[in-house]
Design a protein around this ligand. Structure first.
Ligand code: ADP
Ligand code: MG
Length: 397
């Protein structure tokens, strides 16, 4: 993907003395008193800010936080706690500026945080007048918020249209590189695992991947719908009978390309959906009317693990079982460890997928863990994200 990179501009000395506007994702979780409970996103935004400061720029940073009402400030919408945490991490003062759209006073070597950008009227609708004012604040616009890359808002899209220069920050660039490596120029075989609870939420992902991948592995509730499509019994398991036709179409699309969608041969069932339910391994054909399929069986997991170890590239979204209950986590753990041990380049994303990666402690053995939940899923759907589109357009002229 051809986009301008902020690190290149800094290397060439082009940020020196310039006004740089960074759109970061500092949308951290907070408790009722406003204290930050988890600061990963703030820490992840530090390298871009440091790059700008080391490059001699006057640095403005903004982000959204929560879901404020545009034009109606409430104290809980303030980035003040974020400014304090950022100052600690950078080891320098970070002043918070409110009402910043018409002008920001900042000198080279300084960094200021611009109050919650979703408080500005017209932000969500990508109002051109607002975007032009924001663009006028800077010489260089840096998009470093992958989590919002699937949205076209004034501080993520319009500003990139009108700013003198628009480029990708290091966090966004890393996502672009990983996505290109996994989906645009993958080392084959490219194996995708699409699992999780519901087929309906991931149908467009399955359809898009069926056009590109060499093997499409399904798991979790999604696999149950595919078992149903294959005419197998699933008892009381989570499945979407109204999606069987679409599941069959995905299988047909893969078969037309000489590939397939492996259906679990064995499963782990329980009589109730509970952490202490008794787990029983069964052949997929033997599932009883009162059974709930809560995981793939050991034979299926071992077969899939062998395929993953032989892959050139792996794309993973979704746990293959109810991994939150240890008795039904073996399938997900086996898959996770196979991905970790595989020589393939792997990319993983999704809220629960990240929780599974953390549970099995394999963070360091995944090629790239995507930080943007919704944005990552849209990439898998084959969509061109607005952020990528506008940055490519700006790189051309
Ligand atoms: P992600 O957030 O990674 O995209 P999803 O939200 O689609 O993943 O799905 C994750 C959820 O799916 C987990 O909470 C898990 O317990 C559930 N799940 C997986 N397999 C099953 C199953 N067989 N039956 C019911 N729920 C399942
Ligand atoms: Mg989820």
């Amino acid at each position: 993907m051809n986009v301008l990179r902020f690190s290149d501009l800094c290397d060439q000395g082009l940020a020196r003395g310039r006004r740089v506007f960074i759109r970061a994702d500092l949308n951290v979780p907070q408790d009722d008193a406003g204290a930050i409970t988890e600061d990963t996103r703030i820490r992840a935004s530090v390298p871009c800010i440091q790059l700008a400061l080391a490059g001699g720029a006057a640095v403005m940073v903004t982000s959204h936080l929560g879901r404020p009402t545009e034009g109606a400030f409430k104290p809980q919408d303030s980035l003040a706690p974020v400014a304090r945490r950022l100052a600690e991490l950078l080891g320098r003062p970070v002043a918070l500026k409110s009402d910043w759209v018409d002008g920001v006073d900042v000198q080279p070597g300084e960094v200021v945080l611009l109050e919650n950008c979703r408080l500005n009227k017209g932000e969500k609708k990508n109002d051109p007048a607002l975007a032009q004012k924001m663009a006028a604040l800077c010489d260089i616009f840096v998009h470093d918020a992958f989590g919002t890359a699937h949205r076209a808002e004034a501080s993520t899209y319009g500003i990139a249209q009108y700013a003198k220069a628009a480029c990708a920050g290091p966090l966004l660039a890393a996502e672009i590189d990983a996505i290109t490596k996994a989906l645009a120029n993958p080392k084959r075989p490219l194996v995708a695992i699409v699992a999780g609870s519901k087929v309906s939420t991931k149908l467009s992902i399955l359809e898009a991947l069926a056009r590109n991948v060499d093997q499409l592995i399904v798991g979790g509730g999604i696999a149950n719908t595919f078992l149903l499509a294959a005419g197998l019994p699933i008892g009381k398991s989570l499945a979407e009978a109204d999606r069987v036709g679409q599941a069959k179409a995905v299988i047909a699309a893969m078969q037309a390309r000489g590939a397939g969608v492996p259906i679990p041969t064995d499963v782990v069932v329980a009589k109730t959906f509970a952490a202490d339910a008794i787990a029983t391994v069964k052949a997929a054909a033997d599932v009883a009317d009162d059974d709930l399929i809560l995981d793939i069986g050991p034979q299926t997991a071992a077969t899939l693990a062998a395929q993953l170890k032989a892959a050139g590239t792996i794309v993973w979204n979704g746990p293959v079982g109810v991994f939150e209950f240890d008795a039904f986590g073996h399938g997900t753990e086996t898959i996770a460890r196979a991905i970790a041990e595989s020589d393939a380049f792997s990319i993983a994303g999704g809220g629960d997928t990240l929780a599974a990666i953390a549970k099995y402690g394999i963070e360091d053995d995944i090629g790239y863990i995507s930080t943007g939940g919704g944005a990552f899923l849209e990439v898998l759907e084959g969509k061109t994200l607005p952020a990528f589109e506008i940055l490519q357009q700006r790189a051309q002229g």
